[in-house]
Write a protein that binds this ligand. Structure first.
Ligand code: APR
Ligand code: PHB
Length: 390
């Protein structure tokens, strides 16, 4: 088979790029390791910055997001028994975020690809990029006993953190920056009414907690846990008790509890791989960078990668102009690092660090006090949370 752009990975990054390129008549193929049901079974975060929401609309996939997603113009930060509002709209000239589950968003992208007869090949095993440093790169993959080859102009590695594309870049070229946090998030999804119409990020002496939501009848809650914990250590009852203990009393008193419909622990990690281009292969999304979930930046740092790549590829094919592709890695990384900084900062501000010395705890306290006493600090938080421009 022959195509222009071979995309490894059918997560939000790969699907979004595929859809955008197809709308411009640029032929592409997506190779996804898993089935569609498996991909759509993964529960991921649910906050979209407005730039990402715009990209969904441009990809003609925004209808359900606009109908069912909720516009949030603020959120709360709670500390022990008090909660204070962060006015996102008021500090960003009216910007907001859209609360819409990433799983639903991925479903919309799959439906859009199917409606356009997009080429998305599921259960493509042993995907390998070849000759990426030449003008004629190609991909191979296996289905059953048969091996297939796809010749392409460009390969896009949108295959997530554990994918194969980043690993195909020679070790002496690739530089990896990583920070692993000494805790994870235990997340619970429950068919209960959300305790608050806006998200609550809670710092407490017992550890961080987050109250989020997917809809008015579906709640998503998280608590910080040690990395040694497993979901078996946490019955639903133990989870609700601990969550309540970390929230202000009035919030805890209103918390509706119920059986969990999903429960999982995710470690917190910051990671960046540089460069994001090698030869004719470009990395995008989680394949190149990971953030801890605290600032809800995961999907949103993928969004700018896709935006730059999309425009770079359109300029290449429709205008014969390679400036966008040539500057891709530097431009993408500049924004990626800002999202890294913000996610690290918000994580550091709100979590209990087991190895913190009293000096660290004083600084953390001061950082929070400064935030709520300075318009400049609040504006900085707000502009990062709604998403820096791209
Ligand atoms: N071959 C083919 N597909 C692969 C391979 C491989 N070797 N390895 C991984 N994949 C697929 C995965 O099954 C997954 O569906 O690539 C896809 C990558 O998707 P994500 O991990 O979701 O990454 P991305 O699309 O960049 O999404 C951005 O934003 O909120 C964050 O981390 C969250 O996934 C989210 C990310
Ligand atoms: C979520 O709803 O899953 C969520 C929301 C905000 C975050 C992280 C996760 O910062």
């Amino acid at each position: 088979m022959k195509t222009k752009v071979g995309i490894i990975g059918g997560g939000p990054s790969g699907l979004m790029l595929s859809q955008l390129l197809d709308l411009k008549g640029i032929d592409n193929v997506v190779l996804e390791k898993h089935t569609r049901d498996y991909v759509l079974g993964r529960i991921r975060a649910g906050v979209l910055e407005h730039g990402f929401a715009e990209l969904m609309r441009e990809a003609q996939c925004g209808e359900r997001m606009d109908a069912e997603g909720e516009i949030h113009e603020g959120f709360y930060i709670a500390e022990n028994n008090e909660k204070k509002r962060v006015d996102l709209a008021g500090h960003t000239g009216g910007n907001s975020v859209v609360v819409y589950g990433q799983t639903e968003l991925t479903r919309d992208l799959y439906d859009a690809r199917a409606a356009m007869n997009g080429k998305v090949i599921h259960e493509a095993l042993d995907v390998k990029p070849h000759d990426i440093n030449t003008k004629n790169p190609y991909l191979t993959y296996r289905q059953g006993d048969e091996t297939f080859r796809i010749d392409c102009d460009f390969i896009i590695g949108a295959d997530g953190f554990h994918g194969v594309s980043r690993k195909s870049i020679p070790k002496d070229v690739l530089k990896e920056y990583e920070k692993v946090y000494p805790f994870g998030w235990l997340g619970v999804l429950s068919r209960t009414k959300p305790v608050s119409p806006e998200l609550i990020y809670a710092k407490s002496d017992r550890g961080f907690a987050l109250c989020s939501l997917r809809s008015q009848v579906l709640s998503r809650y998280y608590i910080q846990v040690p990395l040694t914990d497993s979901t078996d250590d946490w019955s639903d009852e133990a989870f609700w008790d601990e969550l309540k203990a970390r929230l202000p009393d009035d919030v805890a008193a209103n918390l509706e509890t119920g059986p969990s419909i999903e429960k999982s622990i995710a470690p917190l990690r910051s990671f960046v791989a540089e460069p994001m281009r090698y030869g004719n292969m470009f990395l995008a999304g989680d394949a190149a960078h990971i953030v801890p979930p605290t600032g809800a930046r995961g999907l949103n740092s993928a969004a700018s990668d896709i935006y730059y790549l999309y425009h770079g590829l359109v300029d290449h094919y429709l205008k014969g102009d390679d400036t966008g592709l040539d500057s891709y890695s530097d431009r993408a990384l500049a924004r990626v690092w800002k999202a890294q900084r913000f996610s690290w900062w918000m994580t550091t501000l709100l979590h209990s660090f087991p190895d913190a010395i009293p000096y660290d705890r004083k600084l953390q306290q001061t950082d929070l006090e400064y935030l709520f006493s300075s318009e400049a600090a609040m504006t900085s938080l707000a502009e990062n949370y709604v998403g820096l421009p791209f």
